[in-house]
Ligand binder design. Structure first.
Ligand SMILES: *Cc1c(COP(=O)(O)O)cnc(C)c1O
Length: 410
């Protein structure tokens, strides 16, 4: 988001106020130029090895966004059979889709296999069932739990010893036993240690664990390092140094491939890195209220549309698009839900009055996909900006949508 010549905020060359006027409030806005920039950054950082990017679409699964990312050349990381089906609708080739689910039934793995996507298995029980049924006819990959603590918040750390994700790196003998008995082909190994990982040592340590494990599997084609790249949330915030990670990991990876005797592919599955900064949630200020110590600015959205601040204590930078050059004051920005849904506490924002449009930044990932109808509120519309044009890619919900599957037995 930048200011235009008149000092007004715009996204992708289009004024925020005009978008809200056209599509209403609250509104999710996605700028594809930023998705492309992030994608190209990652490609460039790993240009000296065989990189393959799979977009983790649970971050943002509007099929237009998925189709755009497919068009950039990415594959897909799907965590449910429904995400696989969305992937097909968006144009992804089954061969470019990795299905990495957790705690799902063997039946769902079988459904995924029938569609031709690659399955990544994260527990010994399913490994055995799939091995018994398919033997060597379906190559699989295995999600390893590296026992590494990483991530910006315990709720988004997935690779520590007590996490429900993956098969412990200490259970390799059990994996090998099943693979051997069933004659399975293991074509890849996978790990994903969490989200918002700033420290590139976490990735490098994870890589060493993967290399150790990989020595036990002679038929690998790829190592998948998952994701978890941290993006900047505040103006001057730290973020994962992708360029440095690219050069360090490329070197280690290429060395390992020499030792392994084969040119493996290095995979990542970024969600947040590709779409977080591309997305904005614009909302209108309904009410201003002053208490003994706080000035509240209350908006026409809440934890039903953007739950990350309440769920993960996530920071979302907020700007006042209606008063871009005003004097900053301290505000607490709260939602309209009947819960304490505070977006930001005691935050400096340029002077706010009723009717102003506030914009939450970094709302592209885990914003709309985590939205709900709590308090019987419809979910917002979504708009995609591409080449200087705006496209409505999801209509605002209505009362009819809320009633659609209710069965009235009166
Ligand atoms: C959620 C998830 C990702 C994406 O994580 P980000 O932090 O959004 O990049 C990648 N891989 C798997 C298996 C995931 O569950």
């Amino acid at each position: 988001m930048v200011k235009d010549n008149n000092g007004q905020y715009e996204i992708g060359g289009i004024g925020i106020a005009s978008l809200v006027e056209k599509y209403g409030s609250p509104l999710y806005i996605y700028d594809t130029a930023i998705i492309r920039r992030q994608y190209e950054r990652l490609i460039k950082a790993f240009e000296n090895t065989r990189l393959d990017i799979h977009y983790a679409c649970k971050a943002l699964n509007n099929i237009n966004i998925m189709r755009y990312i497919c068009g950039l050349g990415a594959g897909l990381d799907a965590v449910s059979i429904q995400e696989v089906q969305l992937g097909f609708k968006a144009g992804f080739d089954p061969k470019r889709i990795i299905y990495t689910s957790n705690s799902v039934s063997v039946l769902e793995y079988e459904q995924a296999i029938e569609t031709g996507v690659h399955v990544n298995i994260d527990n010994l029980y399913v490994l055995k069932q799939i091995g018994d049924k398919y033997g060597d006819s379906v190559p699989v990959s295995i999600r390893i739990n590296p026992h590494i603590m990483g991530g910006g918040h315990l709720k988004i750390s997935t690779g520590h010893a007590d996490s429900k994700f993956g098969i412990s790196r200490h259970r390799i003998p059990d994996i090998l036993e099943i693979v051997k008995t069933c004659g399975m082909k293991v074509s890849g190994l996978h790990m994903h240690t969490g989200s918002d990982i700033l420290d590139i040592d976490v990735f490098l340590k994870g890589a060493e664990v993967m290399f150790d494990v990989a020595r036990h599997f002679p038929n690998l084609q790829f190592l998948d390092f998952g994701s978890g790249f941290k993006v900047p949330y505040k103006p001057d915030d730290y973020a994962t140094d992708i360029e440095l990670l690219g050069s360090l990991l490329t070197q280690r990876f290429n060395d390992f491939c020499k030792e392994y005797g084969k040119e493996l592919t290095l995979k990542f599955e970024p969600g947040k890195f590709l779409v977080s900064q591309a997305g904005y949630l614009a909302a209108k200020v309904n009410v201003m209220k002053q208490t003994a110590s706080t000035v509240f600015a209350s908006v026409d959205t809440g934890l039903n549309h953007l739950i990350r601040p309440m769920f993960y204590d996530a920071y979302h930078h907020i700007i006042n698009a209606s008063n871009p050059n005003g004097t900053p004051h301290v505000y607490t920005v709260a939602g309209y839900i009947c819960e304490t849904d505070t977006f930001a506490k005691d935050r400096e924002i340029s002077e706010i009055t009723v009717g102003d449009i506030l914009v939450f930044q970094n709302a592209g990932a885990y914003g709309m996909t985590m939205a709900s109808n709590y308090n019987a509120r419809p979910r917002p519309a979504e708009v995609m900006l591409r080449d200087g044009k705006d496209y409505l890619i999801r209509k605002r919900e209505t009362l009819d949508d809320l009633l659609r599957n209710q069965v009235d037995i009166a």
